[in-house]
Design a protein around this ligand. Sequence first.
Ligand SMILES: Cc1ncc(COP(=O)(O)O)c(C=O)c1O
Length: 491
Amino acid sequence: MLNQWETPLFHALLKHASAEPKPFHIPGHKKGKGMNPEFRDFIGHNALSIDLINIEPLDDLHHPHGIIHEAQELAADAFSADYTFFSVQGTSGAIMTMILSVCAPGDKILVPRNVHKSIMSAIIFAGAVPVFIYPELDKKLGISHGITPASVQTAVQEHPEAKALLVINPTYFGVSADLKLIVDTAHQSGIPVLVDEAHGVHIHFHPDLPLSAMQAGADLAATSVHKLGGSMTQSSVLNVKKGLVDPHHVQAVMSMLTTTSTSYLLLASLDTARKYLATQGERLLEQTIALAESVRKEVNAIPGLYCPGREMLDSNAAFALDPTKILISVADLGITGYEVEKWLRSQYNIEIELSDLYNILCIISFGDDRSDTDFLLRALRNLSETFVGAGKLGSPVSIHLPDIPVLAIPPRDAFYAPTETIPFEESAGRIIAEFVMIYPPGIPVLLPGEVITETNIVYIKENAAAGLPVQGPEDSSLEQIRVIKEARPIR
Ligand SMILES: Cc1ncc(COP(=O)(O)O)c(C=O)c1O
């Protein structure tokens, strides 16, 4: 019987540090003695004393058989997985592992179009062929939700040879599809389900939150413990259910993609975050949900602002909600979400999670209390008074979403094809060879292999003009874009 109150990895590191062995191994800063004193004094002795490496007593993430193995077993038990593998390369690393574990060159993978760039990067590395499933769009808010079980059913029928289905659950905005039905649909055809659970580590630990990937019976889930589960930035887990995937192969692929210099600070923070979630998670999340719901109610009483709740759940693509995500539509104020982000920064020293043309997103976690949310609400009331007072209310920003482009050739072929750069303004109709995304959330508007349309160009330029960071192209000024060279006709 495993004991979730134990932290074997963290505990062993503390024991090792307190015994003060003489280190003739890397890291060369030797508990901070060989480090720039400015940084050493800032970060402190405790952290540096456990910034260690995979020496014999401390096990090895690439071949766990001691304290890392024990910590991963406890994590698997907490997440109801058969196996859990720790990632020190974020959820991006875990996502690449999932895809490279199941796809060989030329294999088809079913994916929603609104995926994070790590998924498209992995598809390029694997040489897989994406079959895109269109996500449901919320035209009122200007955001994408998940995919419907019906569209999964169609995709599975049309492409029964697909090697995997990838699902985002929940979305950045806290919306989940009917994951159980999606998993069952894919499994009926023997297709494994991989879940991007970057925004859902906590949902496993409270019954009122959407079903987690492991609860819904998915095969693999890449889960950002660092985002909402209390571990340090960059630390994530890959949860595995055996059956349709081979856990040992998954582990081997993960090792191929992982640094040999794994950070024990990150690993220890995963061990301790797992204990906190498993033993205190439900109680902490109960408070967090109540706090977030009261913020939602109060935001909705502020003129010009709208914070959607369960009323937006009107299909099985928008089926369940994580209420701790406070999405606020600011379109009725007549200013963009990015302008609101900058205003909150300059007037209140508040940093939000993200903004787009129409919305801002604030995350409430068990690191927040009533005084934090009261401060946010004060700022939002002042925001409304300022812009309603300026007569902007009543001229709402009009909402439109980018066209989903047509994929002309597989992303890997586009990535390796002979290319040329041309003015972005004149690129409509050409096949793009690079990514263009608005960051965050890092979902590509265009990805290698897609045909650029005039409306994509307008949409991207509109976001750039509003000040939102457009990333991906080699030419960050967006004047030039890399496209596939077209063969000229021979006379
Ligand atoms: C939907 C989604 N998937 C994957 C990732 C990658 O996670 P990480 O930053 O842990 O690599 C992110 C990051 O923001 C994300 O939003």
